[in-house]
Write a new protein. Structure first.
Length: 124
């Protein structure tokens, strides 16, 4: 008999939980969790998924693809609009774009959130 599990939450370490939650809220449209505060902020996503952001003192951002500070987490998001439009919007919101792009530009883009976590956007 296999264990049946459903992913309920993903939590990212960061220096400023409310700021990182605001970035992802604008990017995803997820609703803020009502018990968010300065040390832990959350967003309620589809199917009951919570994306959480927890304050970590002396946080060290990953430097993708360099593993001197490992990436820690890598999320991928499907986007309905053109990848160029989605990338431009995320960059306006504060995302970064590393020079190293391992995929063809039409298949996926690697960006970093404002705390340095890598994230991919892929066509929907």
């Amino acid at each position: 008999m296999s264990l049946q599990m459903k992913l309920a939450a993903i939590t990212l370490d960061c220096p400023d939980p409310p700021a990182l939650a605001a970035f992802y809220q604008q990017a995803t449209g997820f609703e803020p969790h009502p018990k968010s505060d300065a040390d832990f902020a959350g967003l309620n996503g589809e199917g009951g998924l919570l994306i959480g952001f927890q304050r970590v003192d002396d946080y060290r951002a990953p430097h993708w693809p360099d593993q001197s500070v490992p990436q820690q987490l890598h999320m991928c998001f499907r986007v309905e609009e053109d990848l160029d439009e989605a990338e431009a919007r995320l960059l306006e919101l504060g995302a970064g774009k590393p020079d190293h792009q391992p995929h063809e530009a039409s298949k996926a883009r690697v960006l970093t959130d404002p705390a340095g976590h890598p994230l991919c956007i892929v066509p929907g």
